[in-house]
Ligand binder design. Structure first.
Ligand code: NDP
Ligand code: 8X3
Length: 250
């Protein structure tokens, strides 16, 4: 029988590529995001391979998160794999110049949103004593870099929550692991720089960044290991990147 995966942030980048690879590998897919047009477009694309359901909510809206996940149609109500991917950086400023709305967005989306979605899904995994949660962290959750302050803090929180979930859910046989990417070329930098595409493009100039499909491929590898294997924590960098701040550019 097909397993079901719920992917947050499936309208773009890593989440979209993850939904695509899992759909092509016999997973039923629940696509989550806020942009309805993109959810529909991806649903149409992936319906050629599998059953697809869309959930449109902002992960900051806890009522919407719980209502959406608790009212999934029967065919999608058993979630085997949760990919906690929705998130972004907002701004890149020294702490003294930080924008409070940017700070709220990063803490509310990257940390609290991940918690709300997890809290909505975990009870059924506990009941079945099975399930697999993949948390998308970042190299920013392992290292702090100048001007990264609150984004780094939010991803350090994801790292902590990944470890905490693995401990607390251990008695129930639920697998929990994190993938921590370095630079991946997605809409991430456009969001960070508030639509400034030139500034965003500069982030990936002079080296080959990771592509969303590289991370999606690894997520597929992680979820397709035998049950006794849990890939708990994985950092994935472009070859040109040695740390958050060391990048070999042409
Ligand atoms: P994208 O900007 O391409 O995708 C972000 C996704 O998150 C979109 O699908 C977006 O959907 C969703 N999202 C953002 N805010 C919300 C919200 N409030 N409610 C619901 N969904 C939301 O970036 P990436 O694919 O690169 O990012 C995915 C994850 O990977 C993030 O957690 C990011 O921090 C992490 N990451 C990215 C790296 C990179 O270099 N790109 C490196 C390391 C980690 P929508 O707007 O439709 O709601
Ligand atoms: C995204 C990668 O280096 O901008 O998490 O923090 S970085």
């Amino acid at each position: 029988m097909s397993k079901t995966a719920l992917v947050t942030g499936a309208t773009s980048g890593i989440g979209k590529a993850t939904a695509q690879i899992l759909a092509k590998n016999n997973y039923k897919i629940i696509l989550c995001g806020r942009r309805d047009d993109r959810l529909l477009e991806l649903k149409n694309e992936l319906s050629a391979f599998t059953e697809v359901h869309t959930l449109s909510f902002d992960v900051r809206d806890k009522k919407a998160v719980f209502e959406s996940i608790n009212s999934l149609p029967e065919a999608f109500s058993t979630i085997d794999v949760l990919v906690n991917n929705a998130g972004n950086a907002h701004g890149l400023d020294p702490i003294q110049n930080g924008d409070l709305d940017d700070w709220d967005a990063m803490i509310d989306i990257n940390v609290k949103g991940l918690l709300y979605v997890s809290k909505a899904v975990i009870p059924q995994m506990i009941e079945r004593k099975s399930g697999h949660i993949i948390n998308i962290g970042s190299i920013a959750g392992k290292e702090v870099y100048p001007n990264g302050n609150v984004y780094c803090a939010s991803k350090h929180a994801v790292d902590a929550l990944n470890q905490a979930m693995r401990m607390d859910l251990n008695p129930y046989g639920i697998r929990v692991g994190a993938i921590h990417p370095g630079a991946v070329e997605t809409e991430f930098s456009e969001v960070r720089f508030k639509g400034d595409v030139d500034k965003a493009a500069n982030v990936y100039k002079g080296f080959e960044p990771l592509h969303p499909e590289d991370i999606a491929d690894i997520i597929h590898f992680v979820v397709s290991r035998p049950y006794h294997v849990n890939i708990a924590d994985l950092m994935v960098l472009p070859t040109a990147q040695a740390s958050a701040t060391i990048l070999k550019r042409d």
